[in-house]
Design a protein around this ligand. Sequence first.
Ligand code: HEM
Length: 169
Amino acid sequence: MLPRRGYVGRIMDDIIAARALHVLAVVIWIGGVSMATTVALPAVRRGDLGSDHLVAFQAFERRFAWQARIAIILVGLTGFYMTWRLDLWDRFRTFTFWWMHAMVCVWLLFAVILFFAEPLILHRHFRKWATSRPEVAFAWLHRAHWMLLGLSVVTILGAVAGSHGWTVF
Ligand code: HEM
């Protein structure tokens, strides 16, 4: 017979659920960024998806942007929930937990891009730029994606290693 789970086991259930949702949302979101950076954007730039780079790019970007926005909300809610429930605020005072700062920075960066910059600024300006100088505009967009993916990968490595007790600093 399996042992009955105790009080401590039950009060940790919500934290386990929050962590599972946190990681799932990160996988969907950063996995999509990786796919866009390493597969879709190179295909768009080479013209494999048609001669109009902008139409090809928007066909997948429009659909993915909503998944990414929902994932960002979920990551933020579960992340701050865990921080509050486990009372981890002190971690933000020391560089040992640099990966906690990195998570919040990456989250903020993407949130500003996806909720403000992209719909309000980038859409209009990028469309003009991509129409007049597609090569330059998409090279810039690709570089920006590489930078965001790099920051996310370092953050994920740091968060998994750090939350399991590995300290670098
Ligand atoms: C508002 C932003 C965020 C907050 C407040 C937050 C908070 C947290 C907390 C409290 C933990 C558990 C730490 C522990 O158990 O010691 C965690 C784990 C983790 N977070 Fe975040 N996070 C945020 C955003 C992100 C982002 C943007 C990423 C990815 C780019 C990320 C990836 C991870 C990963 C991979 C883990 C480790 C899961 C595991 O190995 O069990 N988080 N986060």
